[in-house]
Each structure stands twice: as structure tokens, then as C-alpha cells.
Design a protein around this ligand. Structure first.
Ligand code: ADP
Ligand code: MG
Length: 709
């Protein structure tokens, strides 16, 4: 692989600004200087040249070298958008798409949504002038439904490709196909643009999705960016595409291990954080945790233990970082701590590569990650906490050496490191494929097994997902997308089970309730449950609880919050005041305010889409029987029956599961339940559970239960 390294004489453009001719203030000067000091800046000219020469290029570079923020600007300035075409950059995570777009808009000195914009599920901040567009990989896949040749894009940059999310993998297969179509534009068959007609999105993603009239297409430039050294697999997939390496700056990092395995990694994390704070020199700490709930609980525990320290040692600032963090809080992570304070960033694996946080000198790595795991035999997907791979461990420790020598504290013995797998298994091999299959079918790709996947998922997993989609009514007897159900389902950016539930709930006259459930299930947890006040919290939650189960409870919480919001809005129209009152309400009710806000947002977005699709809104009011029947008809694949010992047997898989202690049905244990989520720890737990009648299953899901059971 050719190495592109510093001091290149071809660096002909040293200051770039989309908004030419503006005066440069001191803040802008600072940005210009920071941009110039990035490792990638010295090879701008050579990178642009490589992109000109190669239709497909793989760029490998250390995290923090400037790939994500700079390359699109270089290409823009080199004239890649001169005919009004767009440079699209995909990210596996929403947070990264949003924060990076904001940063780049600032660097270019333009208003976000103008020349530089972003689009993520339910949020499109672009306009007709947008030329640099950051988005999630899932979103670009959905755009392909409307515009199968991605005709508005001149360049597509697939960023963080090494993460190998299921969307990235499918996207790479699709982009390969699109490249073929575009270099071969005269042969553009009618079939290839047929889905343009079928998918009238009714503007749900506004300007970004109008089919492009201009059928004269340049070849699509494709750039794959990756942090670790996985360039070979990408190059092979794209017929030996050229790979270049951008050298980053990496200072030495001391790696420290524990002598013995840690029985409680949360506690070990806390102890290590305080050890660093008290014993080590200045520098921020980055600790890797597995999810929102864990991050929030560690956040609280840090502050609790902080009180035990002498006053002079309490200068700590904690900053959470995870995917569903509201966007105004995402940028906090980039703000330097007030002078004399130490920043402690508590992050999921987002901070491994997606988001580069300045100031970090110490990394705390318990060596775990939350991952999807799918068993095609049972058809059930679960979230589990598993050890990271060696590549991830190296990536994490690298975060400590960005600005100077650093230290990484691995909370496991060195012998354990040797046992880690080399690299993470691509997600496509360990998740349910229903959503992918539905999208591919909607793109007119019927032969799923024959699709050019970067890494083929198992045949069994594909077959299982086709079977599931068939049972949900999305596919016809000959496995084509059904009209209208299948097409409608493909329009929702949701798990097919939830899309079906929404479509079905119209028949049961409880669309309002189902919409709330879907919105509330889009967050990790809606509850705020501090360990030390759990009893008090449980007492408070009783006012929302229902003997019918967790779904009804979610509806009640949502309605109580909505009612409260309405009341305070009537009293005041000041956003700050409303926000403050909502926080207070959440605290009193032990509800996680960040999650609630996210749910409210998702609710209003899906609602908009449902309106556009012309579905009629209905509510079953207090008729919970009707609602539970609808839940049964929707989630019949996740039904379970009580066993003699109080455990449950999942009907579809035969798997033995327990009701999670957080469920309102944990104690009552009804005969038959439907559930939404399987969590595997030392046991199989199901969460979000509703009691149903066993006899409803053959009645409401005869396609599944009448024949087999
Ligand atoms: P790469 O993609 O190679 O990992 P990036 O382009 O993401 O690198 O980041 C380059 C630099 O820009 C990093 O030092 C990072 O800290 C900084 N940066 C990125 N986003 C922001 C932001 N929102 N605010 C301040 N600095 C940022
Ligand atoms: Mg990057």
C-alpha cells in the first residue's frame, strides 16, 4: 500500500472556504490553523489526485488525522461538485453524522443545512444548495429506493467502513452495483428505475429525495475510509481497488493490565477513574462503557464518590456520550473543561473511532461492548455484552496518544488480551436480516441469496428472515414484496415488526396507542432508576403501572408526560421554562428525561409519516382488551407460555426465558405473554411484556399458529 506522508510540496490550496470573500475573524483564524495542523492537510493535493485517477479508492488513516472532516472539503474545493452534484459521506452512527456536519459547517463558515448539511432518520437538515452531505449509511440505503443510481451524488464516501455495520455491508454491495449501472449508463434498463414510480415518498424527506431528472451520469466516485488496517478485504471486494494510507500522529501509550480478572467491571472502572484523578498528571479521561443506562449510572456514582474527596480534589466534569444523546448535548464533548478541571468522558464504543475527542490522555477500557446477536435457529435477536476484539482494544488504547504520550488501563489481565478475537465479526453475520431483506426487495433485488454481499450471511439467516417477512405479510406466496403491505412496511425506517404493528393497529382502532409504544421502545430505557432510590422509584411508578403489562404502562407514561407538557405550554411559551418544568416532572416521576425527549421526537416524526401515508388515526381509549389483541396480532412471533416452574417457553423457538425484573409482570407471571426484547446475561430475560390470551394466537395469527400448534 503506498504511504502518503507529510511535507508534500503539492499542497497548493492552504486555506479553503466555501464562503469565499468573507473577512476572517480570530475564531476563524484559529479554525484555519487547526485545519492546517491536521496530518491529512499536508497531503491534500495528492489525495485529490488519487480520487481523480481512481473511481474507487480506499483510504486508511489513523483516527483523528482529519479524514472525515477534511476530505469532503478538499474534494469540494477541487471542483467535484461544480455541476451541482453532491458529495455524500455516510456514518454508521447518527451522533457522528450530526456532530461532524456541524463542525464542517463551522469550518466552512456556512450555515448548517446550506452548503453543508446532514440527514439522519427523521431529521433532514439539507437544502437545494447542499453539496457536502453527512448522513447515516442506513439513510443512503433508503435514498436508493427513490433514486436507484444515486444520481445526485458525484462522490460517495463510506466512512468508518471497518465497523462493518449491517448497513455499511449492504451499502457497499449496492454501491458496487450502482457504479456498474452508472459507468454503463446507456444500458440503464427500465427495471432499474421502476421503483421510482412505486415509491412516491410524498416528500417525507423533502428536497433531498426528488428523483434527479438529469440522466446523464458521471461515474460514481466511491471512497471507502477505514481506521484500522482492513484495507485488503475492501480492495478485494472492489476488484483490487487502490488503497492509500494517510499517516496520523500517534504518541506512545503505556498499556496497563490488572493482575486478576475483575468481578465487577463497573466498580473497577470507578476505582480506576479516581486513581487516575488522584495520582496522575493533568489530562482528560475516556472510559468505555456498554450503553446509556450504564453510562448514566456510572455518571451518578462518580458524583457520589466525589463527595467523599477533599474539596480541593473535586474538580471533575463528567460527559456522557452515546448514540441517542440529544443533539444539543452531543457537542459538549468537544468543549474543553473549565480551567483546573478534568474532563471524564463516559462513552460507548462511539469514541473508538467515530468521534475524536480532544484532550484525552487516559483511557479506561473494561474490554466489553454491547452487541447484537442473532440465532437463526430460534429467529430471536438479543443484545449481549461481549468481550471486544483485539482491533477494538488497540483502537481504544490509541485514543490516549493523540496529543501526547498517554496511558491505557485495561481492566483485565494481559493473558485475557491474547484470547480476544482478532477483529470484530461483521454485524451482518450476527443480526436478524428481516430489515435488510425487506429493503433489498424494495430495491427490486429479489435474489437475496445471490446478492453480492461483502461477506455473505448464512443461508439459514436469510431463509429465516424471508420466512419472518412472509409471516408478517410483507411477501407474497412467491416471495415478492406484497402490495400494499410490503411496500408500506419498506417505507418505515423501523424494524419490520414495528412497521407491521403500526399498519395493523388501524384495523384494531388503536393506532395512537401503537404509535406511542413504537416511539417509547425506540429508547434504551424510559426509566430513571438510581440504585440508591430504587424502592422510592418503584412506588412512584405504581401510578403508571397496569396489570396488563409494560406496553400499557408505556402508553400511560407518555400520556401523562404529554398532558403535563400541554399544561405548562398553556402557562408559558418560553422554551427554557418548559424544558425546566419537564426536567422537574421527570425527576419527580423517575423518568429519564433524555429518553423521554427522544421518544417525543420520534413520536412526532413517525406521526408525520403516518399522516403522509394517509393512515387514519384511531384510539381504543380505555379499551385495553382491544389494544392487547392488537399487540398479540403484531408480536405473535414473540409469544411465550408459562412453564410449571414459573419460567416461560418462547413459542417460536422453544427457548426458555424469564420475565425481566423490571417488568410490571415480573411477580404476577400470567399464563401467556408477548414481548419485545430479549436480553441475555446469565439468563434469557424478556423485557416489555404484555399478558395475552393463549387462544388469541391461533385466532389472530392463523398463518403461524393454526397450522403448527
Ligand atoms: P478522522 O476522521 O481522521 O478520525 P476527523 O476529521 O473526525 O478525523 O477529526 C479531525 C479533528 O477535528 C480531530 O482532532 C477532532 O478532535 C476535531 N473535531 C472533529 N469534530 C469536532 C467538533 N465538533 N468540534 C471540535 N473539534 C472537532
Ligand atoms: Mg473519521
Amino acid at each position: 500500500m503506498p504511504l502518503i506522508s507529510g511535507n508534500s510540496s503539492q499542497n497548493h490550496q492552504n486555506s479553503v472556504n466555501l464562503n469565499h470573500g468573507n473577512h476572517i475573524s480570530s475564531k476563524k483564524l484559529c479554525i484555519v490553523q487547526q485545519r492546517k495542523s491536521l496530518p491529512i492537510a499536508s497531503v491534500e493535493g495528492r489525495l485529490v489526485e488519487e480520487v481523480r485517477k481512481n473511481d474507487t479508492l480506499i483510504i486508511v488513516g489513523e483516527t483523528g488525522s482529519g479524514k472525515t472532516t477534511q476530505l469532503p472539503q478538499y474534494l469540494f474545493n477541487a471542483g467535484f461538485c461544480c455541476d451541482g452534484k453532491v458529495i455524500g459521506i455516510t456514518q454508521p452512527r447518527r451522533v457522528a453524522a450530526v456532530t461532524v456536519a456541524k463542525r464542517v459547517a463551522e469550518e466552512c463558515d456556512v450555515q448548517l443545512g446550506q452548503e453543508v448539511g446532514f440527514a439522519i432518520r427523521f431529521e433532514d437538515v439539507t437544502s437545494s444548495s447542499t453539496r457536502i452531505k453527512y448522513m447515516t449509511d442506513g439513510l443512503l440505503l433508503r435514498e436508493a429506493l427513490l433514486d436507484p443510481t444515486l444520481s445526485r451524488y458525484r462522490v460517495v464516501i463510506v466512512d468508518e467502513a471497518h465497523e462493518r455495520t449491517v448497513h455499511t455491508d449492504v451499502l457497499l454491495g449496492l454501491l458496487k452495483k450502482v457504479q456498474g449501472l452508472r459507468s454503463n449508463q446507456h444500458n440503464l434498463k427500465k427495471d432499474d428505475i421502476s421503483s421510482l414510480v412505486k415509491f412516491d415518498y410524498g416528500g417525507w424527506s423533502s428536497n433531498a429525495l426528488k428523483p434527479c431528472q438529469n440522466m446523464k451520469l458521471n461515474p460514481l466516485k466511491l471512497i471507502i475510509m477505514s481506521a484500522s488496517l482492513d484495507a485488503k478485504v475492501f480492495s478485494e471486494f472492489f476488484g483490487g481497488a487502490k488503497a492509500v494510507h494517510v499517516q496520523g500522529r500517534q504518541h506512545p501509550v503505556d498499556i496497563l493490565y490488572t493482575y486478576n480478572p475483575e468481578p465487577d467491571y463497573i466498580d473497577a472502572t470507578l476505582i480506576t477513574i479516581f486513581q487516575i484523578h488522584l495520582d496522575e498528571g493533568p489530562g482528560d479521561i475516556l472510559a468505555f462503557l456498554t450503553g446509556q443506562e450504564e453510562i448514566e449510572s456510572v455518571d451518578r456514582l462518580v458524583h457520589e464518590r466525589l463527595k467523599q474527596l477533599p474539596e480541593g480534589n473535586r474538580n471533575i466534569l463528567t460527559i456522557p456520550m452515546y448514540s441517542s444523546l440529544p443533539s444539543e448535548q452531543q457537542l459538549n464533548v468537544f468543549r474543553p473543561a473549565p480551567s483546573g478541571f478534568r474532563k471524564i468522558i463516559l462513552s460507548t464504543n462511539i469514541a473508538e473511532t467515530s468521534v475524536t475527542i480532544p484532550g484525552v490522555k487516559y483511557v479506561v477500557d473494561p474490554g466489553l461492548v454491547k452487541a447484537r446477536s442473532y440465532n437463526p435457529a430460534t429467529g430471536l435477536e438479543a443484545l449481549i455484552i461481549i468481550p471486544i476484539s483485539k482491533a477494538q482494544a488497540l483502537q481504544r488504547s490509541g485514543r490516549a496518544g493523540r496529543e501526547g504520550p498517554g496511558k491505557c488501563f485495561r481492566l483485565y489481565p494481559e493473558s485475557e488480551f491474547g484470547k480476544l478475537v482478532n477483529s470484530t465479526v461483521p454485524e451482518i453475520k450476527r443480526c436478524s436480516l428481516s430489515s435488510v431483506v425487506l429493503q433489498l426487495k424494495a430495491l427490486g433485488i429479489d435474489d437475496i441469496i445471490g446478492f453480492d454481499f461483502m461477506e455473505k450471511p448464512s443461508r439459514m439467516a436469510i431463509v429465516k428472515s424471508i420466512e419472518q417477512l412472509y409471516l408478517l405479510g410483507a411477501l407474497t406466496d412467491d416471495y415478492k414484496l406484497s402490495d400494499p403491505i410490503g411496500f408500506q412496511m419498506a417505507r418505515f425506517p423501523l424494524d419490520p415488526i414495528y412497521s407491521k404493528a403500526l399498519i395493523l393497529s388501524g384495523e384494531f382502532r388503536c393506532l395512537e396507542e401503537m404509535l406511542i409504544v413504537v416511539a417509547m421502545l425506540s429508547v434504551e430505557t424510559i426509566f430513571y432508576s438510581p440504585r440508591e432510590k430504587l424502592e422510592e422509584a418503584r412506588t412512584v411508578w405504581k401510578r403508571f403501572s397496569s396489570p396488563d403489562g409494560d406496553h400499557v404502562m408505556l402508553v400511560r407514561i407518555f400520556r401523562a408526560a404529554a398532558e403535563f407538557m400541554e399544561k405548562i405550554r398553556a402557562e408559558s411559551s418560553k422554551a427554557k421554562k418548559i424544558d425546566k418544568s419537564l426536567h422537574k416532572w421527570c425527576r419527580e416521576n423517575f423518568i429519564n428525561c433524555r429518553s423521554l425527549k427522544h421518544s417525543l421526537e420520534v413520536h412526532s416524526q413517525i406521526r408525520k409519516q403516518l399522516l403522509q401515508m394517509g393512515l387514519s388515526f384511531s384510539s381504543c381509549e380505555e379499551d385495553m382488551l382491544q389494544f392487547r389483541r392488537c399487540l398479540t396480532a403484531s408480536f405473535f412471533l414473540n409469544a411465550a407460555v408459562k412453564q410449571a416452574d414459573g419460567s416461560y417457553r418462547a413459542m417460536a423457538s422453544g427457548q426458555i426465558v424469564q420475565i425481566h425484573p423490571s417488568s410490571v409482570l415480573f411477580r404476577t407471571k400470567p399464563e401467556c405473554i408477548v414481548f419485545n426484547e430479549l436480553i441475555r446475561t446469565n439468563q434469557n430475560y424478556v423485557r416489555n411484556v404484555t399478558r395475552v390470551d393463549l387462544l388469541w394466537l391461533p385466532e389472530l395469527a392463523p398463518q403461524y399458529y393454526a397450522t403448527e400448534n
